[in-house]
Ligand binder design. Structure first.
Ligand SMILES: *Cc1c(COP(=O)(O)O)cnc(C)c1O
Length: 394
């Protein structure tokens, strides 16, 4: 059994490239070039230098002493929250901007929901002096004003998607339309391990620096590079893909993916794709997604904007189906409580996405001798208003 992509772009039954014919040339060019580019020593050198000096890597692997005492196990936090721009997303956008340059592209497009990927894309475009156009649903623009302002400060053009529900999927449609109309000079930066092949594999490889570092850091601290568990939250699945990547073939390392149950899996307001989803096609790949009987996408819900996605990347659909990873869904309330607990026990304010992963400790019991690595995907500054409204601090 392989957990890595095959030459046709599949993870078991999932993946592929289901795209309009007009996109074939763009996706084909990327599919033919990405591995060549990524293995070029000058690419590797530039990627690693930017991760170090611009992003601030390696991020610490921090032993959370008080949290460990509370849950009677050994908990390490992989501190992706300390990256420049506050989350793991920058690992991927740095990789893709270098890819775009190597492919001779002058113009960058992206879609964004909550605005986090839009900000990470606008950041690397400013860094490289490339034109940046971000498509965003009109409703999301209104909901996420601070991130819209960030993108504009960074020099990006934010174009509202006015069709459909005016949220992420409509922004994605607009970005695809743009790419069809500008096939030669434009690169489309997708923000998670989703989309047509080769995106899921390319993004997972850029994010795999997370588990590459965990292996080295855990060896230094514990004398072994493999923990008993690796835990990460899953929206599209990129931070989890990065944290799992170098452990996929290490069957002794148990993998746990935490999804957003929203107000409860059966409440009708949820984003627990692995439980509620069925096989179908979304954003150009075959995977699990939340859909009606006649194949219409069901609007997901989570208190966390980054987990509010109706699908999951094809790698995760495969990990779920083969049971290589255990998928657990936690509610808004469980996540918010766990987020506040990390603030009080460790002095770290987590992104609400990451708080979902932290809620695992109230759902699952670990052994006293277990070594548990939890990927803390981002910091909570962007979520302060949601925390304040929820807990009513004044
Ligand atoms: C976007 C985001 C996520 C969810 O995206 P994945 O692709 O599933 O990693 C999780 N955490 C943070 C902090 C994010 O910004």
């Amino acid at each position: 059994m392989s957990y890595f992509v095959d030459e046709n772009g599949y993870y078991g039954d999932f993946g592929g490239a289901f795209i309009p014919e007009m996109l074939y040339p763009n996706v084909k060019e990327l599919g033919e070039q990405y591995l060549k580019v990524m293995s070029d020593p000058s690419f590797i050198e530039e990627f690693e230098a930017l991760l170090k000096d611009y992003v601030g890597r390696p991020t610490p692997l921090y032993f959370a002493k008080r949290l460990s005492e509370k849950y009677q196990t050994n908990i390490y936090l992989k501190r992706e929250d300390l990256n420049h721009t506050g989350a793991h997303k920058i690992n991927n956008t740095i990789g893709q901007i270098l890819m775009a340059q190597r492919l001779g592209k002058k113009r960058i497009i992206a879609e964004t929901g909550a605005g986090q990927h839009g900000v990470a894309t606008a950041t690397v475009c400013a860094l490289m002096g490339l034109e940046c156009i971000v498509y965003m649903g009109e409703i999301d623009i209104a909901r996420q004003a601070p991130n819209v302002a960030r993108m504009k400060m960074l020099g990006a053009t934010v174009i509202p998607a006015l069709s459909g529900s005016r949220t992420l999927k409509d922004a994605t449609n607009e970005a695809i339309r743009d790419w069809i109309n500008n096939p030669v000079d434009t690169h489309y930066i997708i923000g998670s391990v989703v989309g047509p092949h080769p995106y899921p594999d390319m993004v997972a490889r850029f994010q795999s620096v997370i588990s590459e570092e965990i292996k080295i850091q855990l060896l230094e601290k514990e004398g072994r590079s493999n923990p008993d568990y690796v835990i990460a939250c899953v929206g599209g699945g990129s931070n989890a893909a990065g944290a799992f990547y170098h452990y996929l073939d290490e069957e002794s390392v148990k993998l746990i993916a935490v999804e957003a149950a929203g107000k409860g899996v059966d409440s009708g307001e949820s984003a627990a794709t692995s439980i509620l989803g069925e096989e179908g096609i979304i954003h150009g790949s075959k995977t699990l997604l939340m859909q009606t009987k006649d194949g219409q996408i069901i609007e997901p819900y989570s208190i966390s904007a980054g987990l509010d996605y109706p699908g999951v990347g094809p790698l995760h659909a495969h990990l779920c189906k083969t049971k290589r990873a255990e998928f657990i869904a936690v509610t808004d309330d469980e996540a918010m409580k766990a987020g506040l607990e990390l603030c009080r026990l460790e002095g770290v304010i987590p992104a609400i996405e990451s708080s979902h992963a932290l809620a695992i400790f109230n759902v699952k019991k670990f052994k006293k001798e277990d070594i548990v690595v939890l990927n803390l995907s981002g910091r909570g500054d962007k979520d302060l208003n949601t925390y304040i409204n929820y807990f009513g601090f004044e």
